[in-house]
Ligand binder design. Structure first.
Ligand code: ADP
Length: 371
């Protein structure tokens, strides 16, 4: 029996892995290697494979699926990795300097340790490959945009794909017009028409859109110009945008739970921060309902979306005109399964769907190797 797929998520300082038996719908092994120093990824991969060997699983790995954040214009679906694909992923590094190089190190690390093992790259951008021109175009000088590949790419696609499918399974059909809110440390919204992504809040980079743990989302680009002119260095501005904005910028803490607890204690900053978060969410729900021409389902997922009744309540507050409301008891119910939190007779179902990116990586990997 050797039908196990290793789903690998190699981030800047960690490697998350899960060995999945898709046939039996079972996780055989999983783990996390943390605090990886720059350049230490190949060692970390070796450590993962050694652990799997010690547990007697290594020989049963049939294929590996690598999460790759940025697939650029070129990769519009998961892709079997060969030398050319590896080179193309390397060439995309400037578009995702924090994310693609570790993924590439993961790809190379596995290939070194287990040459010949089939490998597939699963891209976070691929779900958004069919964004219409109008949604993916920034209204800037066309020649500059072309030269630098500047357009909306969108991220969290592996999660959006998994959640769309789960949602369709739960409802018995794929909703024609659906909005998914992926609310974790990073957060983004997607407008999805019949299972296809038609707009999304993250853009050229994962900085745009919703308010996140350390990133502020939408920002007038004039702010950056002003800060640079006023003497802040490029690195300082970059650091502010990546690490010192969002919840961190507004409250000093990046963890949503801590901010929610502070708000319960009536701390003014935390209360104001949650208002900014909810305002942005409501704005995107309204905008995407307009993009889709109506709404047939709203879905919450990821750490905050799955676990915070507060954010779900505040997001739909005042959106009754779109057919959205939460049932208080259903919203407060804690389970780890897909569930509906709108009232029984609601015209638009609101769902909470636990996301599972590793499962989706494994599924797409198997799919690519079958074709
Ligand atoms: P990542 O983007 O790193 O995968 P997650 O999807 O794990 O992030 O989400 C992390 C966020 O989820 C954190 O802000 C954390 O505070 C929040 N979170 C986790 N559990 C809860 C909970 N029970 N209530 C509210 N927020 C929660």
């Amino acid at each position: 029996m050797s039908d196990l797929i290793l789903a690998l998520n190699t981030g800047s300082s960690s490697v998350k892995y899960r060995l999945i038996d898709l046939g039996a719908d079972d996780t055989i092994a999983s783990g996390l290697v943390e605090r990886i120093a720059p350049g230490g990824h190949r060692d970390a991969i070796r450590q993962v494979l050694d652990t799997l060997a010690a547990e007697g699983h290594r020989e049963r790995i049939a294929a590996v699926g690598h999460r790759v954040v940025h697939g650029g214009e070129e990769f519009t679906s998961a892709t079997v990795i060969d030398d050319r694909v590896e080179q193309r992923i390397e060439a995309l590094a400037p578009l995702a300097p924090l994310h693609n190089p570790p993924a590439l190190a993961g790809i190379r690390g596995v290939r070194e340790a287990m040459p010949g093992l089939p490998a597939v790259a699963v891209f976070d951008t691929a779900f958004h490959a069919q964004l219409p021109e109008s949604a993916r175009t920034y209204a800037i000088d066309r020649e500059i945009a072309r030269r630098h590949g500047i357009r909306r790419y969108g991220f969290h696609g592996i999660s959006f794909q998994y959640v769309s499918r789960s949602c369709a399974d739960f409802l018995g059909h794929m909703p024609e017009r659906m909005i998914v809110l992926h609310l974790g440390n990073g957060a983004s919204a997607a407008a999805i028409a019949g299972g296809v992504g038609v707009d999304t809040s993250m853009g050229f980079t994962p900085l745009e859109g919703l308010v996140m743990g350390t990133r502020g989302g939408d920002l007038d680009p004039g702010v950056m110009v002003q800060l640079l002119r006023s003497g802040m260095s490029l690195d300082e501005v970059d650091d502010m945008l990546q690490r010192r904005s969002g919840l961190t910028g507004l409250t000093g803490t990046r963890d949503f739970r801590d901010v929610a607890t502070a708000a319960e204690r009536d701390e003014e900053q935390a209360i104001r921060a949650l208002e900014v978060v909810a305002h942005r969410l409501r704005k995107y729900v309204g905008a995407y309902a307009a993009v889709l021409g109506g709404l047939d389902a709203l879905v919450f997922t990821a750490g905050i979306g799955e676990n915070s009744p507060l954010i779900r309540r505040d997001t739909v507050h005042g959106l009754g005109f779109l057919g959205l409301s939460v049932d208080v008891a259903r919203n407060e119910t804690v389970t780890s399964r897909t569930r509906e939190i709108s009232p029984e007779d609601a015209s638009v179902p609101i769902l909470v769907v636990p996301t599972d990116e590793e499962q989706e990586i494994a599924r797409q990997t198997a799919e690519q190797l079958r074709t």
